[in-house]
Design a protein. Structure first.
Length: 170
């Protein structure tokens, strides 16, 4: 299987590229936000954890680490704390008893995660899965759809699930 990675840094190498039977393709330079986020004058207008490809061909699925994929391609996301990984929600999470309230911008990106082309949402820990579940309570329209995709599992199980979901969508 050809898997496109939104970045090819330590987290992707350690947590995503675990199967030698797959071909991994670095898509970092195909991300329009990669260029915007390197321009000092405008980088503060864009979120860091978004992937919008200029063009992606020749991959079966895109796998991101913390990135929400703004694409029609099939994709999967592994996350370490929460989705979307935006500053306002991250800073709220640092409170002892965080209270997640509805936010239109967060909802916009959660709707992207809820789409059918997002095949899976993989939490790195049970704690991350719980945090995501707590956040989704403020977003009832997408909550069930995202929670059905959300899993916490070992890396081996992750690729078995991914292969099953890809075959089911074909």
């Amino acid at each position: 299987m050809k898997i496109g990675l939104t970045k090819f840094n330590y987290p992707e190498i350690r947590c995503v590229t675990t199967s030698q039977e797959n071909d991994y393709i670095n898509l970092k330079k195909y991300n329009i936000y990669y260029y915007f986020n390197n321009i000092p004058v405008i980088k503060n207008y864009f979120h860091r954890f978004l992937f919008k490809p200029i063009s992606v061909k020749n991959v079966d699925v895109i796998h991101s680490f913390n990135d929400i994929c703004l694409t029609n391609n099939k994709w999967v996301v592994t996350f370490e704390t929460m989705l979307p990984r935006f500053l306002d929600i991250l800073s709220n999470h640092k409170n002892l008893n965080p209270e997640y309230i509805y936010n239109d911008e967060i909802n916009k990106y959660l709707e992207v995660v809820a789409r059918d082309n997002c095949l899976g949402v993989i939490a790195l820990s049970k704690s991350a899965k719980k945090i995501q579940s707590d956040i989704l309570k403020a977003y009832p329209k997408v909550r069930d759809k995202i929670e059905k995709k959300c899993s916490f599992c070992t890396l081996l199980k992750k690729y078995i699930l991914l292969n099953m979901r890809l075959k089911k969508k074909s």
